[in-house]
Ligand binder design. Sequence first.
Ligand code: SAM
Length: 236
Amino acid sequence: MNTDKLSVRLTKVANYVPQGARIADIGSDHAYLPCFLAKNLKISYAIAGEVAKGPFHSAEKNVLAEGLANTIAVRLGDGLEVIEPGEVDCITIAGMGGALISSILENGNDKLDSVKRLILQPNISAISIRTWLLENNWELIAEEIIEEDSKIYEILVAEKGNPAKPYIEKKEEGLLLGPFLMKQKNEIFKKKWTAEKKNWQRIYEALEGASLNAETIEKKKELTDKIRLVEEVLKS
Ligand code: SAM
C-alpha cells in the first residue's frame, strides 16, 4: 500500500468520501488515505489525526514528500480533539476495533455538528458502532463486507437522519450482523458468521465442563441466543 495504491479495504472507505469533502481521517497512520484522496482531487482539505508519535511523524513525512502540506494538516492528538469545530464535513476512522471507534465518536461528540457523513471501518465488533450510531441520531445508510489477505472487514457509512430506519424490520439481528449486510447475505458474510458461530459453539462446549455458577449460566444463555440468531439469518 502507498499513497497511489490503497488496500482494497481503504479503497472501499475512499469510495464513500463525497467529492469535494473536507475530511478528518482519525488514526491516519501513514496518511495514505488522505494523500490518495488529495492526489485524486476528491477532497478539498484533510486533517490526518494521530495519537501516536511514530505514525504521526510518518504521516507528516508522506504529506511533505507528496507536496500536499497545503491540503492536508497532520495533527498529533487523541481522537476528534485534533478537529476545530466546523472544520470538516466528513470523518473517516479505519483499522481499529469497533469499541475504540465508538469511544472516539462519543468523546468527540461536540465536534460532530458540522459533520454530514461518517465512514467507519471496524476490524472487530461492528455492533458497538451500530449501537452508538443508533443512540446518537446517526442513520446507517450503507454497509459493505470485504475479504482481503484472509481477513474480513466491514465498512459502515452513516449520515444524520432517522437512526431507527435500518432496524425497523429486525433490530437485534441488524445490530449484530448489519441490516444491509444481512439482507444482501453474500458469500463473505456467510463465511464470517459461519466461523463466528463455530467459535461460539466451541466456547459453549468448553463451558459444559466448567462448574455451574450464575456467570457460566448467563454466558451459556448469551451464546445460545447468538448461535440461534445467526443460524436463523443464515438459513432464511
Ligand atoms: N487508518 C489506517 C488504516 O486503516 O490502515 C491505520 C490503522 S492503524 C491499525 C490504527 C491507527 O490508529 C494507529 O496508527 C494508532 O496510533 C491510531 N489510533 C489509535 N487510537 C487512536 C486515537 N484515540 N486517536 C487517534 N489515533 C488513534
